[in-house]
Design a protein around this ligand. Structure first.
Ligand code: PGA
Length: 258
């Protein structure tokens, strides 16, 4: 069975633990009928709520993820969270390289690469976000940008570790908060993903590239999720904005249940 993934990135929402708790209830309801062997569901709430939400979730149908981590285990790094700390509060995943961190906080490829390696060392699975600023329909060099990110972020990461990485291809212009955002056409998303697979084949082997999981992200909601999930070469989606609305989350699962 080709396992697919649904990753929910809550970003810096909601405002209180109570709201987060209510949202979690909707996720539990939404995931009731799913088969975790065929569908991996990953929820990435803000750090502050992780401990409590993970503690209240015994279901093997929902895995938890941090939205970032630092590259050291512990030390005098004000404001940072280590991969080990995430592990210790019940996370199995961490999102790294999200475009908002790259763009708004100046995270560069080298920093992301250090984080990827540190997270893998701690046996966290990595959701590595890569994506171009402008559509390649407008700028042919856009492809190069995503390729550069992928190669630099996975520098010195072994082929065997790639099994612990979900690449989330998220064109920045398609992310719902970008000005004038619209979801990328699913066929175009597929060709970008094929391009990333080709790069992975160059970096490792065709076999490794074919086995690698590559997701699409950018304005996915209950109305369009099927178009991405239905593509053989797309291994799932990363949902941002729509993950904060409980009834929308239920509709998203309804769309992909077979
Ligand atoms: P979006 O966010 O689904 O709201 O476009 C995706 C993301 O930023 O990860």
């Amino acid at each position: 069975m080709n396992k697919k993934y649904l990753v929910f990135n809550w970003k810096m929402y909601p405002k209180s633990l109570k709201e987060a708790d209510n949202l979690l209830k909707m996720y539990k309801e939404a995931t009731r009928g799913i088969d975790p062997k065929g569908l991996g569901v990953v929820m990435a709430p803000p750090f502050l709520y992780l401990n409590e939400l993970a503690r209240k979730t015994s279901s093997e149908k929902i895995a938890f993820s941090g939205q970032d981590c630092f590259w050291e285990k512990e030390g005098p790094f004000t404001g940072e969270i280590s991969p080990l700390m995430l592990k210790n509060v019940g996370c199995n995943y961490v999102i790294l390289g999200h475009s908002s961190r790259r763009q708004d906080l100046g995270e560069n490829d080298e920093m992301i690469n250090r984080k990827v390696k540190a997270a893998l060392k701690e046996r966290l699975k990595v959701i590595l976000c890569v994506g171009e600023k402008d559509s390649y329909l407008e700028d042919k060099n856009s492809y190069l940008e995503v390729g550069r990110q992928l190669k630099a972020n996975l520098k010195d990461v072994s082929a065997s570790s790639l099994g612990d990485i979900l690449v989330a291809y998220e064109p920045i212009w398609a992310i719902s908060t970008s000005p004038g955002a619209c979801p990328q056409d699913p066929n175009q998303a597929l060709s970008s993903i094929l391009y990333l697979r080709k790069l992975l084949a160059q970096m490792h082997s065709r076999k490794v590239a074919d086995k690698s999981k590559i997701l699409y992200g950018g304005s996915v909601d209950s109305k369009n999720i099927k178009e991405y999930f239905g593509q053989d070469g797309i291994d799932g989606v990363l949902v941002g904005g729509a993950s904060l609305n409980g009834s929308e989350v239920i509709k998203i699962f309804d769309q992909i249940k077979v």
